[in-house]
Every structure is written in C-alpha cells, then in structure tokens.
Design a protein around this ligand. Structure first.
Ligand code: FPP
Length: 232
C-alpha cells in the first residue's frame, strides 16, 4: 500500500445503466447490454493505454440470475460472443484474462470458453482484465471461510493476508479506485473485502456512454484524493 496516487494500479468498475441507456432511446433492454459490451472494448483499451495494471469489471452478479430468463440468457450469450470476438485482440494487446465468481453455474460451453481464454492469455503482462461473472462478494467470503476450514488452517495462522489468499482475487492488489456508472451510490455486493480502502467514484453517466473523456475525469478526480489508509 502506498500513498502515491498519480495513477491507480487497480481500477474496478460497476457497469450500471445499460437498461436506462436503451430506454432513453426507445430500444429493448438487450440493446443497452449490447452497447455496454461494445463499450468494454474501448474502456479496456483506454485503461491499458494509461498504464493501469488491473481492471476488474462487474459483468454479472450472483443476484442477476433473478432477472427475467430472457435477459439472463441474453447476458450469457453476450459474454460468450464477447469472448469469441475479443480474446484474440486482448491476447495481441498482451492482456491477461481472469475470472472471479462461481464458474459452475455457467453453461458448460461458456465455462470452457472462459477457461480457454484464461489459458491462452495467462503469460500476458501489460494488464490483467478480471471479469466478475456470477460474482457476489458475500458468497466469495463464505467460500473462503469454507476453504480455510477444509484446509485445517489453525486459528492463530488466520490473518488478513491468509484470508485474502482464499478470495477469488488472490494475487491481485486491492482496487485503488472503484467506479460506479449509472448514478446509483452503492457497492451492490462487489469486492466488499477488497474495497476497504478504495477511493469511490460515482458518476451519473450511463455505462455505454462511459468513454475516454469520462475515464480522464475519473482519473483526475482520483489524483486529487488524499489517501491515508486510516493514518493521519
Ligand atoms: C447493469 O445495467 C449492467 C449489467 C447487469 C450487466 C453488465 C453487462 C455488460 C456491460 C455487457 C456484458 C459484459 C461483458 C464483459 C461482455 P442495468 O441493466 O442494471 O441498467 P439499468 O440500471 O439502467 O436498468
């Protein structure tokens, strides 16, 4: 942890507002998600170009299964399609892909695609793109507790470092900057442990409209923050 905040090492984003973006245009909700998926490409490029080393995107929460079946299927399909279309580009751009969340509820074919994309890009080093899909922070924490117990870790050995190593984000630094688009001001069960000292940035801009100009604004705002991590 350092007080240097010229550039965040890890940016995490709650990509909200696809539905409203579509509604404003009189389009079906799915068109908002499609525009949102397209925006992922440009945002990944912009952050990689800035020199950010880790980007985590909240694409599908454990709670999103409760949306209408048609929307869930559409989102799963979009992820699958994006992996097909983007993996080679990410690989060429030296970007490593990671997944956090529960893999086992995803359709088998999608799971295989995710695994293949992760394997292909595992040695890339320019930026790590971590996709949170079927992710929920509380479930991640409960899962860590279960695994610590299964591993018989003795009570005295459990500290914050050990606990963190049982989370899906194991090995990646905590987010320095957490952005939520779409105007809501809550964390919605995203990276609750990891965001303990993240700088929070909320913008009313809807996700499909969150481009380079908005990214520059968020980074400028971040540079003006005083990060003290609890000390004076
Ligand atoms: C929130 O908008 C967004 C989501 C639940 C899904 C985010 C998904 C994408 C950006 C596309 C797929 C992602 C990848 C990585 C290919 P909302 O539907 O809650 O919007 P609303 O609040 O305006 O209704």
């Amino acid at each position: 942890m350092s007080g240097d905040n010229s550039l965040p090492c890890h940016v995490a984003i709650i990509m909200d507002g696809n539905g409203r973006w579509a509604k404003q245009r009189g389009l079906p909700r799915f068109e908002g998600h499609r525009a949102g998926a397209k925006n992922v490409r440009r945002v990944v490029k912009a952050f990689a170009d800035c020199g950010v080393k880790y980007l985590t995107l909240f694409a599908f929460s454990t709670e999103n299964w409760g949306r209408p079946q048609e929307e869930v299927t559409g989102l799963l399909h979009l992820l699958s399609q994006s992996i097909d279309e983007e993996t080679q580009h990410f690989h060429q751009d030296n970007i490593k892909l990671m997944h956090i969340g529960k893999p086992d509820r995803l359709p088998l074919e999608l799971r295989r695609k995710v695994e293949a994309a992760i394997a292909l890009t595992k040695d890339n080093s320019r930026m790590t793109l971590c996709l949170a899909f079927d992710y929920g922070s509380r479930a991640e924490i409960v899962n860590a507790v279960r695994r610590i117990k299964e591993d018989d870790v003795s009570t005295g050995d459990i500290d914050e470092v050990v606990f963190s190593s049982y989370l899906g984000t194991q090995g990646i630094p905590d987010p320095d900057l957490l952005i939520r688009t779409g105007g809501e001001m809550r964390l919605s069960n995203f990276l609750l442990w990891q965001a303990a000292y993240s700088e929070l940035y909320f913008t009313p801009v809807l996700w499909p409209d969150f481009g380079k100009k908005e990214i520059d604004k968020a980074l400028l705002d971040y540079r003006q923050r005083q990060r003290r991590f609890g000390s004076l």
